[in-house]
Design a binder for this molecule. Structure first.
Ligand code: NAG
Ligand code: NAG
Ligand code: NAG
Ligand code: NAG
Length: 366
């Protein structure tokens, strides 16, 4: 989740699979699983028998459209709130809120300030307010106090904790004397390795096989615990990934004096906070700097991205074309990532659907 080495990036897409059985309303149980950065076509790169098993007996949506911007935290919060980033307030993995005068940073795991999360109410809280209980195994935000609450059961985020341990907790909570009806399970790969290797690398094959084995393990454990036939399982991801290259880097230092602004978030959507009195200078310097970077004043951000109306969106954003990477200075080392930006697809979930919004997934969980 946090590791960003070589060149990898996000594109729209990810997958969703779901198995639904007809249950009495009072028996409804949901387990929502996210494999970070699982691009939709990974399913077909190598044999993925466990995914195909679920697809065969469930419902498969070929592509899930992420919100703008396609980062881990914004999209995971969308999945559990049904809201765009401008509405739920987690507008990036790295943020600055000028009113709170506080920063949020995934890179330093400085994400525990409740105020960043409280523009929305995540589903575990809604579930608990309705008298039910929830359990979360490292889903982003689930170990943060939000509106004075935590999930009924949760694990403190620790990326070293194995998938098997996370599954064990989920099973324990679903089978306890007071069972949860909502489980949330998160795993950092294939995102971590995708950043490391690049999504198009042949070395991603074994990584995808490993995820498929992890899904197999989850299925096996659910069957063993007699949960397989009594819960709704949704498997999805937050974003896809695209390959980038050292040939496609946009270095802000070439155009702009770094004394004139703060770079709050980097790529593929650079969030730029000009220093006092420097807005025009910064904007003019960047506006036509590079053909593969589109620069927007905040008020010019296209409405369709639903990314404008939040104080945490900085006065200027610069958006790289797909496959391009924005950084301040190449000496920082290239950490190439990319997210596809525009989504025009939406649909509700039924067997024929190929593409759906991740916002709509919330309705399923709900
Ligand atoms: C914002 O916080 C910083 C310290 O993090 C402080 O130096 C600065 O004065 C604060 N600004 C305002 C306007 O309160
Ligand atoms: C994180 O998990 C690993 C593996 O279980 C453990 O060794 C380590 O102590 C944990 N770290 C923290 C901060 O709890
Ligand atoms: C990048 O940073 C290095 C070291 O600070 C500096 O020497 C170089 O001029 C910078 N690159 C540009 C294009 O400004
Ligand atoms: C990058 O910019 C060039 C020149 O405008 C354009 O031809 C090319 O399509 C752009 N690349 C992408 C990936 O959009």
């Amino acid at each position: 989740m946090t590791s960003k080495l070589l060149c990898a990036a996000f594109i729209l897409a990810a997958l969703t699979l779901s198995i639904t059985f007809s249950l009495q309303p009072d028996q409804q149980k949901v387990l929502l699983v996210s494999f970070d950065g699982f691009r939709w076509d990974y399913l077909y790169r190598v044999p993925t028998p466990h995914f195909h098993y679920v697809m065969k007996y469930g419902v498969h949506v070929k592509q899930v459209t992420n919100i703008f911007i396609t980062k881990t935290y914004p999209n995971h919060y969308t999945l559990v709130t049904g809201l765009f980033a401008e509405n739920h307030g987690i507008v990036a993995n790295d943020m600055f809120d000028p009113i709170l005068n506080k920063s949020f940073s995934l890179d330093t795991m400085n994400i525990y300030d409740s105020e960043f999360w409280e523009e929305a109410t995540p589903i575990w809280i809604t579930n608990q307010k309705a008298g039910h209980t929830s359990g979360a195994a490292m889903w982003p935000g689930t170990d943060v106090k939000i509106h004075e609450s935590f999930p009924t059961h949760y694990m403190l985020y620790n990326e070293s904790v194995s998938f098997e341990e996370r599954v064990a907790k989920i099973i324990e909570w679903f089978t306890s004397k007071e069972p949860i009806n909502l489980g949330l399970l998160y795993w950092e790969d294939p995102d971590d390795m995708g950043h490391h290797l690049g999504p198009d690398s042949p070395l991603m094959g074994p990584v995808i096989s490993d995820i498929d084995n992890k899904l197999g393990y989850l299925i096996q454990m659910l069957k063993k615990a007699n949960l397989w036939n009594t819960l709704n399982l949704i498997i999805t991801s937050d974003h896809g990934m695209t390959q980038c290259s050292e040939e496609r880097v946009i270095e802000l230092d070439q155009y702009l004096d770094k004394e004139h602004y703060l770079l709050i978030d980097q790529s593929p959507v650079a969030a730029i906070l000009p220093k006092e009195g420097k807005f025009d200078e910064v904007y003019e310097a960047l506006a036509h700097a590079h053909p593969n970077m589109t620069v927007y004043k905040k008020e010019e951000i296209p409405e369709r991205w639903h990314y404008k109306y939040n104080t945490r969106v900085q006065p200027i954003i610069a958006v790289a074309d797909e496959g391009w990477y924005i950084l301040q200075n190449k000496s920082e080392g290239l950490m190439c990532e990319y997210v596809t930006i525009i989504s025009s697809h939406s649909a509700s979930l039924c067997a024929k659907v190929d593409v759906m919004d991740n916002k709509a997934l919330y309705l399923l969980v709900e």
